[in-house]
Design a binder for this molecule. Structure first.
Ligand code: SAM
Length: 195
């Protein structure tokens, strides 16, 4: 599905970074693991700040566009085509993990999120934005499946070893490409791995 969606010249989520990420990027340190990197807008932005970026996504087509975007901006990102349901990151390696609109079923999150905590260095940062369950009633983006949408309670339960620095549900105007446009209900989370 994602390969098909990405198989157009246009960058369907745009080439500018997610705005929540851009606002808080100064809190991040490298290496950065970017989950569901897609067409590269977020990883390329972080690389342009001088951070080492490892972008993982299931779509070969998306990551090829990510590499092309990186080349056009004169930066490098490391990409890996992988299913996040079986992805195994290195322990205590990353300064930050970024997850932007990486909507995954709970069965995958149950395996992946403990590994996210495990792959962060102590004091490392997880930064996540996702559509919330309130988004189900809107047509401005995100999956139509509550299981793949987030809430504050899910974040607190699924990241028990990360201390929240910021955790909120809000409505905001999202203008990030063809599929993410309009007022949306989102969850935003920045947490730090407990020592
Ligand atoms: C809505 S897009 C977001 C892309 C990017 N984070 C952004 O904000 O532009 C969701 C991404 O999740 C990826 N994805 C979904 N399920 C996945 C899985 N099980 N393993 C790896 N990637 C997955 C898709 O390939 C797609 O690139």
């Amino acid at each position: 599905m994602w390969d098909q969606r990405y198989a157009v010249d246009e960058y369907i989520y745009g080439i500018e970074p997610n705005s929540f990420l851009a606002e808080h990027a100064e809190m991040l340190s490298g290496p950065v693991l970017s989950l569901a990197e897609g067409e590269g807008r977020n990883g390329v932005f972080l690389a342009s700040l001088g951070l080492k970026v490892h972008g993982v996504d299931g779509s070969n087509v998306g990551l090829a566009k990510a590499c092309a975007l990186a080349r056009s901006r004169g930066v490098e990102i490391q990409t890996e085509v992988a299913d996040l349901g079986v992805f195994e990151p290195a322990a205590n390696y990353y300064g930050s993990v970024v997850s932007i609109f990486a909507h995954l079923p709970s069965a995958i999150r149950e395996k992946l999120y403990p590994l996210v905590e495990w792959c962060l260095k102590p004091g490392g940062i997880i930064l996540l934005e996702a559509y919330s369950e309130d988004q189900l009633t809107r047509d401005t983006g995100g999956p139509k499946d509550a299981n793949m949408l987030m809430t504050r309670a899910k974040i607190e339960r699924e990241f028990p070893n990360c201390e929240p620095i910021l955790l909120r549900e809000l409505e905001r105007e999202v203008c990030e490409g063809t599929y993410h446009t309009g007022v949306a209900s989102v969850v935003q989370f920045i947490g730090t791995k407990k020592a």
